[in-house]
Design a protein. Structure first.
Lengths: 289, 376
C-alpha cells in the first residue's frame, strides 16, 4: 500500500519537473528572441571600425566614438526637447488625470454619467483624425516648427482628462468613509486627495506618471508633423529618423544605434525602479474593483 | 459640550425617495441619545446630516444654538466614529489619532501629549507605532474612538461602532463606551440597530421606522409604555408576543379573552383602561415573553403545545403554538424549574400559560397605537 503511494507521488513529482523544465525552456527561448535586437543595437553602438551596416554583430573594434559624435550633433537638442516635453506632460497630465478621476469617483453632479459616456465614445476615435485641425490651430498660435515643444506639450496635455478610467477604477475601491473621516477630522477636499487618497493610490499615481511620460517620449507621428523639418523643434524619434534616410544611413547608422541606447536609458531606469508599482497599478483596480 | 436641536429635518434623495420625514428632536447638553431602528429607517442618514456628510433637504440642525446646515463637517465641532472604523491604512495608530490635530497646526509636543493620554485611556499605548492592518477589530475600534476623543469636540457621533465586532467583544466595548461617556462628559449621539445597545447606553432612545420617529423616551418608558406596536415589538428580546383578542367589560371590570381564556385586567392597567374609558371590542394584546408563566389548566390559562425549547443558560425560551396556530414565546428562568420539569419540556408537550393584568399592553387594531397613551 505504502509502496504504491510512494510510486505515485514520485511519478507526480517527475511529471511536474518535466513540465516546469519545458515551460522554462520556452520562456528562455522567448526572452532570447526578444532580447536579440536590443543586444544587437547596444553592440553596434560600440562599433568604431565602420559607420555603415555590416554583416556581423560583434564589433571588431570597440570605442565610444559614436556616443561622442552624438554629443557633437543635433541629438543633444532633440534629447532635451523630448525630455522637456515628456517631463512637462508627465507632470501636467498626472495632475489633470488624478483630479479628474477623484472628481468622477467621489462627486455626484448633474450630467456626470453623460460626461463619462461622452468621453468614452470620444476616446474611441483615433487621435490622427484631429491632426490637420490641430496643426492649423498650432500654426495660428505660432507653435509649430522651431516652437514645436510648447505646441506638442499643449496637444499631449489637452486630452489628458479622458484617460481617467484606470485611476477612477482604483479610487472607487478606496472606501468613501475614509474621505468622510478625514473631512470630519478637518481636512479640505484637496487635503483629502493629497493626504489620504493619493498615498493609498501610490501604484496608480506611478502608473499615471509612467504612461504620461512614455507616450511623448516615444512619439513620432505628431512630433514629425508639428516640427515639420525644423531641427530645433524635433524630438529624438523624428530627428534620428533623418539618419536612416538613404543619403545619411551610411555615415550615421552606428550613431543611430548609440542614440537608441541613450533614449532607452531613462525609460529603463524608470521602469526598473517602479515596475513593482506599475504592475500593481495596471492590475490593482481590476482585481479590487 | 453642547445641545443639538433638529427642527423639521427632512432628507429627500435625488430619486425622490424620502429617507427622513420632519424629524424633530431636542438633545440636551451631555445627553446620550441613541437612534435605533431596523435597516433603512433613516437613523444613519439623520446622524450623517448632523455630521454634515449628507445635505439637509429641509429643516434646520442647530449645534449649541448655531444653525449648522451649511457648515462643513470640520466646522461643526463634532467628532465621529464610523461603523467600519475608517482608519487611514497608510498611517500608524499615532498618526491616525494625531491627524486632525496636525490639520489644526497644533504644536507637536501638545499633539504627543494628547495622543498618548488618549492611548492610555483606551489601552492602546503599545500599538501606537503599528499600522491599522496589524490590529484586531477591537483595537481598531479603540483607535477610531481615540481619533474622535483627542479633538475635544462638542458632540460625539457614533455610527454603529460595535456592529463589526463579535458578540463577546461587543459586550466589553459597550461597557467601555459607558465608562468613556462618564469620562468625556459630552453630548453623544449613537446609532445602532441593536436594541440591547440602545437600552444599555441611552439616556433617551429615538426609535425610528421608515424615516419617521416612532417614539422618543428613556429606555424604561420605551420598554414599559411603548407608544405603538412597532416600538413594543422592537424593544425587548425575544420580542413581545402579540395576539388579536377581544376586550370586554363585565360588572365594571375589563377582561381580555385570548385563545379561549378569560383574564381580568387588574391592577394599574385596569385603572388606566377605566381612566381612558376604553371601548370594548377587538384589540391587539401584547405580553412580553418574560411576563408569561407556566400554569395549570383553568379558565385563565391558555392551552398550547411546545414546539421548540431553547436552552439559554439561566433561562429557557419556549416556542409554543396555541390551538389556532399562533406562535408565542415564553421565557422561563431555569431556577424556577425542577430537573424533572425541565426534562419534561419536549416537543409536543401540552402546556398552559397565564399572565397578569399589569403586564398587558393594549393596542388599537387599526392604528396600532397604545390605547393607554394620550395623543400629544
Amino acid at each position: 500500500m505504502n509502496e504504491t503511494l510512494e510510486k505515485r507521488s514520485m511519478g507526480l513529482r517527475a511529471s511536474r519537473t518535466i513540465s516546469n523544465t519545458l515551460i522554462y525552456i520556452v520562456l528562455v527561448i522567448m526572452s532570447v528572441v526578444w532580447l536579440i535586437p536590443f543586444i544587437c543595437i547596444v553592440l553596434q553602438s560600440f562599433r568604431v571600425e565602420s559607420t555603415w551596416q555590416v554583416g556581423y554583430v560583434i564589433p571588431q573594434q570597440w570605442g565610444w566614438d559614436n556616443y561622442i559624435a552624438l554629443w557633437n550633433s543635433d541629438f543633444k537638442r532633440w534629447y532635451l526637447n523630448t525630455f522637456i516635453i515628456a517631463l512637462a506632460v508627465a507632470v501636467l497630465q498626472t495632475v489633470i488625470v488624478l483630479c479628474m478621476s477623484y472628481t468622477l469617483s467621489r462627486f455626484r453632479f448633474k450630467l456626470r454619467d453623460g460626461l463619462m459616456r461622452f468621453m468614452l465614445i470620444l476616446g474611441m476615435f483615433p487621435g490622427m483624425l484631429t491632426m490637420i485641425i490641430l496643426y492649423r490651430v498650432l500654426k495660428d498660435l505660432g507653435l509649430t516648427q522651431a516652437n514645436a515643444v510648447p505646441g506638442l506639450i499643449l496637444v499631449y496635455v489637452a486630452s489628458s482628462g479622458m484617460g481617467y478610467y484606470v485611476s477612477k477604477g482604483f479610487f472607487d475601491t478606496i472606501p468613501k468613509s475614509l474621505d468622510e473621516a478625514a473631512r470630519v477630522d478637518g481636512a479640505t477636499r484637496a487635503q483629502v486627495l493629497t493626504k489620504i487618497i493619493l498615498p493609498l493610490a501610490k501604484p496608480i499615481v506611478i502608473y499615471t506618471i509612467l504612461t504620461a511620460f512614455m507616450a511623448p517620449w516615444g512619439d513620432f507621428v505628431f512630433a514629425r508633423y508639428v516640427s515639420f523639418g525644423t531641427s530645433a523643434g524635433m524630438n529624438v524619434a523624428v530627428g534620428m529618423y533623418g539618419w536612416l534616410q538613404l543619403d545619411q544611413i551610411g555615415q550615421k547608422y552606428t550613431m543611430f544605434c548609440a542614440g537608441g541606447v541613450v533614449v532607452a536609458i531613462p525609460v529603463t531606469i524608470l521602469f526598473m525602479c517602479l515596475q513593482k508599482y506599475y504592475v500593481e497599478g495596471v492590475t490593482g483596480g481590476a482585481v479590487k474593483g | 459640550m453642547a445641545s443639538v436641536k433638529l427642527t423639521k429635518v427632512k432628507k429627500v434623495y435625488d430619486n425622490k425617495v424620502v429617507a427622513v420625514h420632519d424629524f424633530d428632536l431636542d438633545i440636551k447638553d451631555k445627553e446620550f441619545v441613541v437612534f435605533v431602528g431596523p435597516s433603512g429607517c433613516g437613523k444613519s442618514t439623520t446622524l450623517r446630516m448632523i455630521a454634515g456628510l449628507e445635505d439637509i433637504s429641509d429643516g434646520t440642525v442647530e449645534i449649541d444654538g448655531e444653525v449648522v446646515n451649511d457648515l462643513q463637517p470640520k466646522d461643526r465641532g463634532i467628532a465621529m466614529v464610523f461603523q467600519n472604523y475608517a482608519l487611514y491604512p497608510h498611517m500608524t495608530v499615532y498618526d491616525n489619532i494625531a491627524f486632525s490635530l496636525r490639520l489644526q497646526k497644533m504644536p507637536e509636543d501638545e499633539i504627543y501629549e494628547r495622543v498618548t493620554k488618549a492611548a492610555e485611556i483606551l489601552g492602546i499605548t503599545d500599538y501606537l507605532l503599528r499600522k491599522p492592518r496589524a490590529l484586531s477589530g477591537g483595537q481598531r475600534q479603540r483607535v477610531a474612538i481615540g481619533r474622535a476623543m483627542v479633538r475635544n469636540s462638542k458632540v460625539f457621533l457614533m455610527d454603529e461602532p460595535l456592529s463589526n465586532l463579535d458578540a463577546k467583544l461587543r459586550n466589553q466595548m459597550r461597557a467601555e463606551i459607558i465608562l468613556l461617556r462618564q469620562r468625556l462628559d459630552t453630548t453623544f449621539i449613537y446609532v445602532t440597530h441593536d436594541q440591547t445597545e440602545a437600552m444599555t447606553l441611552a439616556d433617551r432612545i429615538v426609535i425610528m421606522k421608515d424615516g419617521y420617529i416612532m417614539q422618543v423616551g428613556t429606555p424604561e418608558e420605551c420598554f414599559d409604555m411603548p407608544k405603538n406596536l412597532f416600538v413594543a415589538e422592537f424593544i425587548g428580546a425575544p420580542k413581545m408576543n402579540v395576539m388579536e383578542t377581544e376586550l370586554i367589560k363585565e360588572g365594571g371590570k375589563y377582561f381580555v379573552k385570548p385563545f379561549g381564556a378569560k383574564i381580568e385586567v387588574d391592577g394599574a392597567k385596569g385603572e388606566l383602561l377605566h381612566e381612558f374609558n376604553a371601548q370594548p371590542g377587538q384589540i391587539i394584546l401584547g405580553v412580553r415573553p418574560e411576563h408569561i408563566v407556566l400554569s395549570k389548566d383553568g379558565e385563565h390559562a391558555i392551552p398550547c403545545t411546545l414546539e421548540v425549547n431553547e436552552m439559554m443558560g439561566s433561562e429557557l425560551h419556549l416556542h409554543v403554538f396555541t390551538e389556532d396556530g399562533t406562535r408565542l414565546i415564553v421565557r422561563v428562568p431555569t431556577i424556577d424549574l425542577t430537573a424533572e420539569e425541565r426534562s419534561g419540556l419536549v416537543r409536543g408537550k401540552k402546556l398552559f400559560l397565564s399572565f397578569e393584568g399589569k403586564v398587558m399592553h393594549f393596542f388599537d387594531k387599526e392604528s396600532k397605537k397604545n390605547l393607554l397613551i394620550r395623543e400629544e
